[in-house]
Design a protein around this ligand. Structure first.
Ligand SMILES: Nc1nc2c(ncn2[C@@H]2O[C@H](COP(=O)(O)OP(=O)(O)OP(=O)(O)O)[C@@H](O)[C@H]2O)c(=O)[nH]1
Ligand SMILES: [Mg+2]
Ligand SMILES: [Zn+2]
Length: 296
């Protein structure tokens, strides 16, 4: 007798098991059917499973993926939450711009979270507030500590798959703990380990949000590789504020770098384009050009 299959979302992979949540909220611990399936299955993939009982199922396969992030490894992401802190640590705008380039290059929607708004804003945090919202990149102020701004954040990611990214110590895990609805899976998993008190993010896991949607944590980082397939000509496209000035550039393939008669550099002189953003653009551009020269 053929069993009926159901579809669900892969919340995590753990010790050879896949945890799949169906539309009614049931979570199945799944084993992959046979050894035939060699394809990489990721957290965030839409799975087709055959339930065996209330809690167990066989993972038959996955549906086509909309997109895939490599850090963390997760599929079908709708929003990347770039978390910076008002202070402690002070935001690093060059890292933020690299994250933005990476996010936009992946075709994903970025959202900046400026956490720790209970602390006085550092100079760099004020810069972020003055530059990015004008570019159409939303900035949400939060305090995980005082539980401020969390409703606005929840509203902007409702029904979506969102993932945190950003430097260490900015409060990603604290935000997650304050946002996620049901941390039973997480608690369970910590106790399985060698009794470590702190939750260490070694695998990618989606946590359900109140009001629908899921969120994943990522360990922080201080450096970030650029996408391997990013070419110098593409980069300006990830700087939306350059667009209105490019028509004035003398060369249609202007990189807004060493060229003369460049509309973007004119806009920089007149203050329409921010120096901070342009500096970061040039730094990334030079790195991409170096890679193009030596590695391609
Ligand atoms: N003042 C203040 N401190 C906060 C806030 N959110 C988090 N913290 C503190 O900041 C420190 C780092 O928080 P985490 O949540 O571990 O930071 P993280 O981004 O997950 O760091 P990594 O996992 O290393 O990437 C902890 O001591 C938190 O208590 C906040 O809104 N305000
Ligand atoms: Mg963390
Ligand atoms: Zn130009």
């Amino acid at each position: 007798m053929p069993h009926h299959t159901v579809t669900g979302l892969i919340l995590k992979k753990y010790s050879g098991f896949y945890y799949v949540q169906d539309s009614t909220g049931r979570i199945f611990e799944c084993k992959l059917r046979g050894k035939a399936q060699k394809q990489l299955i990721l957290t965030g993939d839409k799975a087709i499973v055959t339930p065996l009982d209330e809690d167990h199922a066989i993972l038959e396969g996955i549906a086509e993926r909309r997109n895939q992030l490599n850090r963390p490894r997760i599929a079908n992401v709708d929003a990347v939450l770039l978390v910076m802190a008002n202070d402690c640590p002070v935001p690093v705008p060059s890292l933020l711009d690299r994250l933005l380039v990476l996010t936009l290059h992946g075709g994903l929607a970025p959202l900046i979270i400026l956490n720790k708004c209970d602390l006085e804003a550092s100079e760099k945090a004020r810069q972020i507030m003055s530059v990015y919202p004008e570019l159409g990149i939303p900035v949400i102020n939060t305090s995980a500590k005082q539980r401020c701004g969390l409703d606005e954040l929840l509203k902007s990611i409702a029904g979506k798959i969102a993932v945190f990214a950003g430097p260490s110590g900015t409060g990603k895990s604290t935000l997650l703990n304050n946002l996620a609805k049901d941390l039973s899976i997480k608690t369970q998993e910590v106790s399985n380990k060698i009794g470590r008190g702190r939750h260490t993010t070694r695998h990618v896991e989606l946590y359900p949000l109140p009001g629908g949607g899921w969120i994943a944590d990522t360990p922080g980082f201080s450096t970030l590789d650029l996408p391997e397939d990013l070419v110098s000509r593409q980069l300006a496209a990830y700087y939306p504020e350059f667009a209105p000035h490019q028509d004035i550039c003398r060369f249609s393939d202007c990189l807004h770098y060493r060229e003369k008669e460049c509309g973007v550099k004119d806009a920089l002189q007149s203050g329409t384009v921010s120096h901070l953003r342009y500096q970061n653009y040039v730094a990334i551009l030079e790195e991409v050009m170096r890679n193009e020269r030596c590695c391609r």
